[in-house]
Design a protein around this ligand. Structure first.
Ligand SMILES: Nc1nc(=O)c2c([nH]1)NC[C@@H]1CN(c3ccc(C(=O)N[C@@H](CCC(=O)O)C(=O)O)cc3)CN21
Ligand SMILES: CC(C)C(=O)C(=O)O
Ligand SMILES: [Mg+2]
Length: 298
């Protein structure tokens, strides 16, 4: 037995995390750890750190593609990120966000998009922003195609304009009740998990005990969840815009990256780099043959 019980198989065991593993973690009260990743090195970090679930979030639109919001990212772009992440993962469950515009039009469109993430990127499950706008038939249609679905309620960034911006949701009784009903409906529709984003901790305390058939993952939803998710770049201090209130920073990699590139630039300008140890050489014979063969410099 590990002294740090986790959902993940024992270190060194490459057995993939399964949905029953996550359900067991919930039943036994072991918090599930989820983090986003967008490329091979971030996936390797998540893998080696032993996280349970990796999300290729559409937040990658902002963190790695530099877009002003998550709205503009294309399925093709998400697939490029997801394939890179897949190559870096062995054990964690891989979930991919369906980007805005790729599942709203019809159940058929939602299934087509979800199938692409499974077939073309090796996703284990897909996530969509559910709630009042997205019909539950989307979830049921994807499930009927055999693909597990994670829901997402509260602050749903793809429709943030309609929610009044990137701000906490469910702070009044009416909105809170609506969010609770949305989460319960997603559970009812068969989501194996639901993300609760930027909602009052009290809402989560009231809601989570009613979500006994679905794994509740929080981000800015307080501690009363089955697990937590954070954006890779936020927790490592790779900066992109202003951080949300719920971000806890565990490193300052943007500063470390800038300092590294600055030191390199200074070394090049001062002719400290490259040094002799970075160069290649040719034998004295070959060098003199070359010299003899060269026309004189005038
Ligand atoms: N890097 C990154 N991390 C994220 O968590 C994230 C993204 N990007 N992009 C899409 C959304 C935006 N996110 C956010 C952004 C801000 C708050 C936030 O705490 N807002 C303040 C008020 C801001 C205001 O009113 O202007 C709040 O107290 O609600 C929450 C979630 C979460 N998502
Ligand atoms: C923050 C998580 C839940 C997300 O949807 C994303 O990263 O896109
Ligand atoms: Mg997302």
């Amino acid at each position: 037995m590990s002294s740090h019980p986790s959902t993940r198989p024992a270190p060194g065991d490459r057995r993939p995390v399964t949905l029953p593993d996550l359900a067991l973690a919930k039943a036994e009260g072991r918090p599930v750890v989820m983090v986003t990743a967008y490329d091979f090195p971030s996936a390797r970090a998540a893998e080696e750190a032993g996280v349970d679930v990796v999300l290729v979030g559409d937040s990658g639109a902002m963190t790695v593609l530099g877009l002003p919001s998550t709205v503009g990212v294309e399925v093709e772009e998400m697939l490029v990120l997801a394939r890179a992440v897949r190559r870096g993962l062995a054990a964690p469950l891989l979930v991919c966000d369906l980007p805005f515009g790729s599942y709203e039009a019809s159940d058929a469109q939602a299934v087509t998009t979800a199938v692409r993430f499974v077939k073309e990127a090796g996703a284990d499950a897909v996530k969509l922003e559910g709630g009042s706008i997205t019909p539950l038939s989307r979830v049921r249609a994807i499930l009927a195609a055999g693909i597990p679905v994670m829901g997402h309620v509260g602050l749903t960034p793809q429709t943030a304009t309609a929610l009044g911006g990137y701000r906490a949701q469910g702070r009044d009784a009416v909105t809170a009740r609506r969010i609770m009903d949305e989460a319960l409906a997603l559970q009812q529709a068969g989501c194996f998990s639901v993300v609760l984003e930027a909602v009052p901790s009290q809402l989560t305390e009231l809601l989570a005990p009613r979500l006994d058939d679905t794994l509740v993952i929080g981000i800015g939803a307080g501690p009363a969840t089955d697990g937590q998710v954070l954006v890779f770049h936020d927790l490592l201090g790779i900066r992109e815009g202003r951080g949300a209130r719920f971000v806890q920073r565990y490193a300052d990699l943007q500063d470390a990256m800038t300092a590294g590139v600055r030191a390199y630039a200074e070394d090049v300008r001062a002719r400290r780099y490259p040094g002799p140890e970075h160069g290649y050489s040719m034998s004295a014979d070959q060098l003199s043959a070359l010299r003899d063969d060269l026309p004189r410099v005038t």
